[in-house]
Design a protein around this ligand. Sequence first.
Ligand code: HPA
Ligand code: ZN
Length: 336
Amino acid sequence: MTEMEAFIADLPKVELHVHIEGTFEPELMLAIAARNGLAAPFPSVEEARAAYAFDDLQAFLDLYYAGMNVLLDARDFHDLTLAYLERAHADKVRHAEIFFDPQAHTGRGVALATVMEGICGALAEGERRFGITTRLIPNFLRDLDEDSAMACFEACLAHRQNICGFGLDSAERGHPPSKFERVFGRVRQEGFHVVAHAGEEGPAAYVSEALDLLGAERIDHGVRAMDDEAVVGRLVREGVVLTVCPLSNVRLRVVSDMAGHPIGRMLERGLKVTINSDDPPYFGGYIGDNFRAVEQALGLDRTALAAMTHNAIDGAFIDAGHRARLHAEVDAYTGG
Ligand code: HPA
Ligand code: ZN
């Protein structure tokens, strides 16, 4: 291990952009399919991994939704979530804000209460065992209509003690934030935080819409904002945290290769960039792998890497004391 690899391995990390259904390792997917008496989407782990070659976001989403079909019971969601936390712990993740897609489960007959029981039980266990604190953020599927998102939101209110905010994910192109103005009005009215995927495959204008029309406090991805200098200027001025997912961007061809990833230029420009994994087994790596890939391709130094963890701490939906403790942990590690 090089000195830089060792620095990255033990750097305390905060992950703000990870979809729990997208952390489904093929081994676990096959095991859960078998115990539920279901046909797995892939006959073997090797064939699953071989199928994870995508031309665009939709090609990934097709496999992502197929994979989660084997999740039926609370125990399934528990095992999925605990496996992520165990892996995140190995990467020195200290705090994680986790997305899930309620409509992708209720739409196939799995009750929201079942999903919540499994995920929340595992989050509590993960905090006890690994000391990882978490927040949970349901995302509305933007390729469904706003009435469906509204019904999802109202159902989530029964679980509000376990939810810190709401987001927007799935197929971006042709589904602008403006489609969800009303439901995010309700989200804010009820006092929840707001995030939104924007500027992944969609244009920089969707980033502006997410801020203006939805009240988004963080932008998930946001890399396409770099196409529009006015949008970049605004994001810098307002200190908006961007949850960038480098390996995801390469695998979904949002960028041509890691050497061409704009994350270094984004940092230099003063954007509050963070590094995240999105859907790790599908895109070839967890948060540590994302840090390593960026460092190797772009040669970012320790200060830049630690700055991205500080940015994530600033963007986390936690109280001031918790925020100060996390900053201090990173400072103690870097000697900063
Ligand atoms: N983009 C949009 N929707 C998603 C993603 C993503 O990377 N992962 C899971 N749902
Ligand atoms: Zn995502």
